[in-house]
Write a protein that binds this ligand. Structure first.
Ligand code: ADP
Ligand code: RBF
Ligand code: MG
Length: 199
């Protein structure tokens, strides 16, 4: 992994994303990071879920809740775009806000998540985004609802891909790596974090 000298958030152009070989991708570790979260983690982010291009669920079988631009500011201490892991929680609809999301009940608890912070080189996006896939089978969409996340560690850099299937395979590996990495007690402790909501 390279260490860019400039914080990821102040970069205005997509960096050249590496294209990795099959053997590199097969040799990925199943668990990442130290035994307990280390600086700059934990990083807290939150904001109302935004509409994107609608590709996550349809194209990749992996819906991602997109955070608003302001939410990215708390990731300013992070110098690397890429895939992160931690926990996330969807908050109830604020009635008077006129928002449309309708997640309720157990959908509003804290769950493991993987987050992609970057330019989605495979899709050649022109803007950096933070997108969160929550490891939970939700009963409904939650556009407009507030989403809070705690980022606890880094998994890998963003890559470019020669096929959609290869990207899908890596996303599956990311989910497995996140779940395994979160099993360690110092990470699991954050499962009890209500992330600004009620118990
Ligand atoms: P968009 O480009 O609009 O973000 P996606 O295809 O990525 O579209 O789907 C994201 C939406 O799907 C989220 O905003 C949320 O409302 C819904 N969703 C359903 N299940 C999940 C999940 N497990 N993780 C994240 N978002 C989910
Ligand atoms: N996009 C890329 O172009 N390269 C990646 O390496 C990449 N990794 C991802 C890993 C995870 C766990 C998730 C949830 C998304 C990833 N994406 C990646 C982003 C993907 O392109 C994006 O979610 C869709 O374009 C929908 O917005
Ligand atoms: Mg999305």
């Amino acid at each position: 992994m390279t260490t860019p000298s400039e914080p990821a958030l102040t970069q205005t152009e997509p960096p050249q994303a590496p294209l990795r070989t099959e053997s590199f991708r097969k040799a990925r570790p199943e668990i990442v990071g130290p035994e307990s979260p280390e600086a700059p983690f934990p990083i807290y982010m939150s904001g109302a879920v935004q509409k994107g291009f609608g590709r996550g669920g349809k194209d990749l079988g992996c819906p991602t809740a997109n955070l608003p631009d302001e939410a990215l500011e708390s990731m300013a201490s992070v110098t690397t775009t890429g895939i992160y892991y931690g926990y996330a929680r969807v908050h109830p609809v604020v009635e008077e806000s006129g928002k449309t999301g309708d997640c309720k009940g157990e959908d509003l608890e804290t769950y493991p998540m993987v987050m992609s912070l970057g330019w989605n080189p495979f899709y050649k996006n022109q803007k950096m985004t933070a997108e969160v896939h929550i490891m939970r089978d939700f009963k409904s969409d939650f556009y407009g609802q507030k989403l809070s996340v705690v980022v606890l560690g880094y998994i890998r850099p963003e890559l470019d891909y020669t096929s959609r299937e290869a990207l899908i395979q890596d996303i599956e590996t990311d989910k497995r790596v996140a779940l395994k990495s979160l099993e360690r007690p110092a990470y699991k402790a954050y499962e009890k974090d209500c992330l600004g909501g009620e118990k």
